[in-house]
Structures are given as structure tokens and as C-alpha cells.
Design a protein around this ligand. Structure first.
Ligand code: SOE
Length: 377
């Protein structure tokens, strides 16, 4: 019989649902080397018990401290708003539990450094859920870059547009509160494209950017009061990478017509790659070393068993979806625990993305270029 690994999941909203689903599917498609027990779902608010039963959790609680104190729980997943990440992650690591935390890792660089340090010194496995790294087409882009198919990378552009916050009638949510969310579209959506840039191009050196709160106040559903919005809904920045490449980034959650539009392009000396999340089974490639008469962007359908992760799923052309990235992330997290290996991306990556977010805020407030803080010292 396989050894068991018991998980406690903190947060039963949208992300709690995505994580519960990933754990539900994990062993149907993958063999992470242990039998995963969905032990406890923790949440505050509506019907945690009913949600836990529906998502297949053995038990439920309203207290995250109870999850950390449970000696039977080996690993903790954190799906709360950002202001609770540091406290829960540090407590979990200090209790010897492996930790997987939603992005952005924290609400500030100082918090992210604390979390990274706590996880490192407790020698537990730690993962920040930058789930888009785990999509086959994105992993294929990384494979081509590692193979040198693009040559030296010179330019990266990424935009992440949504329109769920476009209407001023959208009520005041925690994402509009800087104290809870840390920042707005640049932290929520921007952290994803910052992480992808680090993964595909390299470390950031400096940034210059700006941001705006377009809808300045919203009505609270709790008490009907009008509250000031303190997080950006639109942001843009320019970057220089340590390797000399230049980057161009924008995020907007009031971007009419865009539902979940994460697009990036990597341009190198010998070719280019384009990914669009709304067509996530595809990767557009252009290889300059092809004969001129055949040159041009073409689309690879990333559903072949030779492509990352795909051999566990369906035959070629039988497309996968957004949620599969979460299954892949859990597979790698649990397997790393089972094999005592290092999963990715880790709290180190979460902390490095946080350093870039901090530099963007410095640049925006000071109307200048800002170096990315040195976190290696
Ligand atoms: C909301 O903007 C959100 O759910 C983000 O928080 C996620 O990270 C992103 O994947 C989808 O959009």
C-alpha cells in the first residue's frame, strides 16, 4: 500500500474550488507516489461543511489554526486573500508542514521574504501556485527556449486583461482593498506575467511604470456603504532584464471584452513564440532558420504525447483546459514530497516576483525608473 499524504486546504472560494478539483483528479491521471488524503477544508462564511462534502474533503473547520495543529496533516494549501498568507505559511512551515500558497505570495516583499525564510529553515517543501507555468503550451515554450531554438532573447511582451471589474456596479470585494490584496491588477494578474517573464527570459533589473484606479469607489454588499477602492485596476510597465532584454507589460481588469486574456510573446535572435491563454492548447512559433519560402508564424497544437504533461491525458487533439494546470502543479508538489525533491516554482520565485511588484510601485509613485530590490544580500 502506498504511504498516505494528508492535506489541509485553507480557503473555500474560487481558488479553494480549483485546488479541490485538482486534488480530486490528481490520482485518476497521475501517480505522485503517495495516496493523497483530502483531510480538512477550512473556510469562513457560507456553508463550509456542505462545500467540504461536495468537494470530497473528509472534514471541515472554520479555524486555520486547527489545520496547522492537526498532527495528521502533512501539507497545507493556502487559498485565502493575500493578507493572511504570511501568518498561515510561517505557522505551517514552523509546524513542519509542506506548504503550497496561492499567488501573489504575499502583500509585500518583507512578508514574502519571511515566508521564504520560514519554509527554507524548516526544510519543508514550498510552492507558489503560478499555475500558468504548468500549462503544456507554456512549458513547451520554455522547452524551446532551453533548447536555444530562439537564440538570444531580446524582447518580451505580456498583457493580462480581464473585464470583471469594468462595471462600477461590481460591489466592493477584498480585491479592491489594498490592506487585504496588497495591490490590484498588477499584483493579482501581473504577478503571473512577471513570473512567466522570469521563467522564460530571466531576472528583472529595473522597471518604470504607472497605474490607475479607474473606478474609485464601490458599494459594499455587507452594509451598503460606499468604500474607496485602494487597488489599481489598470497598470503598465517597461522593464530591462539582467541579460539586456527589454520587456513591455500591461494588466487591466476593466478591459472591455477581455475575460481572461493572458498573452505573451518572446522574441529572440532566431525566432519568436506567442501564447494566448484563451487558446491555451496552442503555441504560435516562428523559426527564422526555416527556408524563407516556408517562413511564417505557425500554430502548434500542443496535444501530442511528446508535449509536456500531455501523455497522461487524452489522445492528440483532445484539448485540455485551464484547470489542468492546477492538477499538474499538485502532481509536482506531491511528487516532490514523496521523493524528497525540489518542486517548482518555490517561495523563492514568489518572493522574486514580489520584489518586481515592489519596484513597479516605487517607480509609479516616484515617476522614475526603479531598480528591482536586491534580495540576495
Ligand atoms: C482574478 O483576476 C483571477 O482569478 C486571478 O486571481 C487568477 O490568478 C487568474 O488566474 C484568473 O483571474
Amino acid at each position: 500500500m502506498k504511504p498516505r499524504l494528508s492535506i489541509g486546504l485553507i480557503g473555500h472560494g474560487f481558488m479553494g474550488r480549483a485546488h479541490s478539483h485538482a486534488l480530486h483528479d490528481l490520482e485518476f491521471f497521475f501517480d505522485p507516489g503517495v495516496a493523497v488524503v483530502r483531510k480538512t477544508l477550512c473556510g469562513i462564511g457560507d456553508d463550509v461543511a456542505g462545500t467540504a462534502a461536495r468537494y470530497g474533503w473528509q472534514g471541515w473547520t472554520n479555524s486555520w489554526e486547527e489545520v496547522i495543529a492537526d498532527p495528521e496533516i502533512d501539507a497545507v494549501s493556502i487559498c485565502t486573500p493575500g493578507d493572511a498568507h504570511r501568518e498561515i505559511a510561517v505557522a505551517a512551515a514552523q509546524a513542519g508542514k509542506h506548504v503550497l500558497c496561492e499567488k501573489p505570495l504575499a502583500n509585500s516583499l518583507a512578508e514574502a521574504l519571511d515566508m521564504y525564510e520560514a519554509a527554507r529553515s524548516a526544510a519543508v517543501k514550498h510552492v507558489v501556485n503560478f499555475n500558468y507555468r504548468k500549462l503544456p503550451a507554456v512549458a513547451l515554450a520554455r522547452r524551446f527556449l532551453q533548447q536555444g531554438r530562439l537564440g538570444e532573447v531580446r524582447f518580451f511582451r505580456a498583457t493580462y486583461f480581464q473585464d470583471w471589474a469594468l462595471s462600477p456596479d461590481v460591489p466592493f470585494l477584498w480585491r479592491f482593498d489594498k490592506a487585504k490584496a496588497g495591490a490590484g491588477s498588477m499584483a493579482d494578474n501581473g504577478s503571473h506575467i512577471i513570473d512567466l517573464a522570469r521563467w522564460l527570459v530571466g531576472e528583472f533589473a529595473e522597471v518604470a511604470g504607472t497605474a490607475e484606479i479607474t473606478v474609485k469607489e464601490r458599494r459594499s454588499v455587507e452594509d451598503g456603504a460606499i468604500r474607496p477602492v485602494t487597488t489599481d485596476d489598470t497598470a503598465a510597465f517597461l522593464a530591462r532584464f539582467e541579460n539586456g532584454a527589454i520587456g513591455l507589460f500591461a494588466t487591466n481588469r476593466t478591459s472591455a471584452g477581455h475575460k481572461n486574456a493572458l498573452v505573451f510573446e518572446v522574441t529572440g535572435a532566431r525566432g519568436a513564440l506567442v501564447f494566448d491563454l484563451e487558446r491555451l492548447n496552442e503555441l504560435q512559433v516562428y523559426f527564422y532558420d526555416e527556408a524563407p519560402e516556408r517562413q511564417g508564424f505557425r500554430t502548434i497544437m500542443v496535444t501530442d504525447p511528446s508535449h509536456p504533461y500531455i501523455s497522461r491525458w487524452w489522445p492528440p487533439g483532445h484539448v485540455i483546459g485551464w484547470e489542468h494546470g492546477f492538477v499538474h502543479q499538485y502532481y509536482e508538489f506531491v511528487k516532490a514530497i514523496a521523493e524528497d525533491a525540489t518542486p517548482s516554482p518555490t517561495f523563492y520565485d514568489g518572493m522574486k516576483a514580489q520584489a518586481v511588484l515592489e519596484a513597479i510601485e516605487t517607480a509609479w509613485r516616484g515617476k522614475r525608473w526603479a531598480p528591482v530590490p536586491d534580495t540576495e544580500a
